[in-house]
Design a protein around this ligand. Structure first.
Ligand SMILES: Cc1cc2nc3c(=O)[nH]c(=O)nc-3n(C[C@H](O)[C@H](O)[C@H](O)COP(=O)(O)OP(=O)(O)OC[C@H]3O[C@@H](n4cnc5c(N)ncnc54)[C@H](O)[C@@H]3O)c2cc1C
Length: 450
């Protein structure tokens, strides 16, 4: 019999309607949600914009505390380059406000509908340039959170170990209410694009992944194509125009999913349909990225589209050791081909990858021990997806993949424990001290963190 998975499979339909959703608008409201005297049904799960791909932000019975009403930017310090915000502020709103003052977040992040709380409590990562630009949580220098006992707790840089534990804590230590982030003056980077086959990419990827460049790539495994995007800070990179990045964001996050959804409805012959889709992806990529997007900064590259809902796209992501990635990428191409042949499933959207620098700023940092490369598979096709993510999880296990508790669908709990090992044991001890009654543990997280 197959071993149990850390996420529902195609045989079990995920229930999304929770017993109760609370939407606090003030600190007092938030504290009331957690105060044991109020007997709020447990488990309690904190939710930001709800964009995570796993059940880390969900409960079937219990309570969801949704933070999007806590949406005030409390202060920007242009001298010390910090910003203090409530946890429900959307990344897009924050990026826009910072840009007005000539500042930006460190790290090439997109998905601007996410909340700061969600993005600090779970890995929110992009192809950051340099070694400290991978996760937004690394930039969090102090936080206030409401503990499972309903008390306010402040954590600062002076409490290094506690701060490192609260970063990427997936809402298991309490609800983050307020965050102070390090920010910086807007800096322009150059973006260079290359198109190549997968074998050529495999020959260069190890070297690139060990450098401090921002490396992102778009992979079309069935077309044997990689579109590589390398970002570097240059002495005189030129102007970072906003419009090309807006077109890119619109093309990639709106046009492609919508066109592919329509094609999935009207085109009955899979081989023709997929050829068409890969052609459209390649053309979009060639036109938008290679021709239009040359220079950018973390404001223009974020797209800043003010979606207030997570994209209606299926998604599962895993990270792989950068040192082995030249082998992993070829094996992944074979895996995609075999899955299409055997199970008849493939993702229709391009697969996105990026370098994840080594980062020890959080106890549960996926890249605590070594640099990684993230592979993010997205699709608009429901039928067959749940079985596909199980196969993908098996592939990832075979190749030493590191799971993300917010993004790696169908991960086996035993495998997660093995990968995060001692750090998970340390996190568990802190969690047990702050939440001895397990009020914040849903069944999904309990499999690893109990
Ligand atoms: C199509 C798609 C693409 C994606 N692309 C990327 C990507 O490129 N890069 C990337 O990093 N991620 C990506 N993700 C994953 C997702 O965007 C991240 O998990 C995101 O950081 C979550 O932010 P959120 O506000 O939506 O939080 P939620 O999904 O609501 O919550 C995520 C976790 O944080 C906890 N949490 C939320 N708010 C708080 C709070 N105030 N206090 C304590 N805990 C809290 C929740 O309990 C949960 O465990 C993608 C997801 C999808 C579906």
């Amino acid at each position: 019999m197959a071993s149990p998975r850390f996420r529902d499979t195609g045989r079990f339909v995920r229930r999304t309607a929770p017993a109760k959703v609370l939407k606090p608008r003030t600190l007092n409201d938030l504290m009331r949600c957690f105060d044991p005297a109020n007997r709020v049904p447990t488990p309690i799960r904190v939710r930001g914009s709800g964009s995570a791909s796993t059940d880390c932000n969900d409960v079937v019975t219990g309570t969801i505390v949704e933070t999007t009403g806590l949406d005030r930017i409390l202060g920007i310090d242009n001298y010390y380059h910090t910003v203090t915000v409530q946890a429900g502020v959307r990344l897009g709103a924050l990026v826009s406000e910072l840009a007005r003052q000539g500042l930006e977040l460190d790290g090439n992040l997109d998905q601007m509908e996410r909340t700061v709380g969600g993005a600090v409590a779970s890995p929110c990562m992009g192809p950051g340039i340099g070694s400290r630009s991978t996760y937004l949580s690394s930039q969090a220098i102090s936080m206030k959170l409401v503990t499972p006992a309903g008390k306010l707790m402040k954590v600062t840089q002076q409490q290094k170990h506690l701060l490192n534990t609260v970063r990427l804590s997936y809402g298991m230590l309490g609800a983050i209410y307020e965050v102070t982030l390090r920010v910086r003056p807007i800096a322009t980077f150059s973006a260079k694009h290359r198109s190549m086959d997968i074998d050529t990419f495999a020959n260069v990827v190890d070297r690139l992944a060990s450098r401090d460049v921002g490396m992102k790539f778009c992979l079309l495994p069935h077309k044997d194509r990689v579109y590589l995007d390398l970002r570097r800070y240059e002495d005189s990179p030129g102007n970072a125009w906003d419009t090309p990045w807006k077109i890119k964001d619109w093309g990639e996050s709106t046009v492609l999913p919508n066109v592919f959804r329509s094609l999935n409805r009207v085109m009955p012959i899979p081989s023709v349909k997929y050829r068409l889709m890969d052609g459209i992806s390649a053309a979009t990529h060639g036109l938008v990225n290679t021709r239009l997007v040359r220079n950018g900064n973390n404001v223009t590259a974020s797209g800043r589209r003010r979606r207030h809902k997570a994209r209606n796209v299926l998604d599962s992501a895993w990270c792989f050791p950068a040192t082995d990635f030249s082998l992993v990428i070829k094996a992944f191409r074979d895996f995609c081909e075999q899955t299409l042949e055997g199970a008849g499933y493939r993702s229709d959207l391009p697969i996105i990858g990026h370098r994840v620098a080594r980062d020890t700023s959080a106890v549960l940092s996926p890249s605590f021990d070594e640099p990684l490369v993230a592979l993010q598979v997205s699709s608009t096709v429901d039928k067959g997806w749940e079985d596909f993510v199980i196969d993908l999880a098996q592939f990832a296990e075979n190749w030493g993949g590191t799971p993300l508790f917010n993004q790696s669908r169908a991960m086996r709990a035993e495998y997660g424990k093995q990968i995060y090992a001692n750090r998970l044991a340390f996190f568990r001890k802190i969690r047990e001290q702050l939440d001895p009654q397990k009020r914040l543990l849903n069944p999904f997280l309990a499999q690893c963190f109990e």
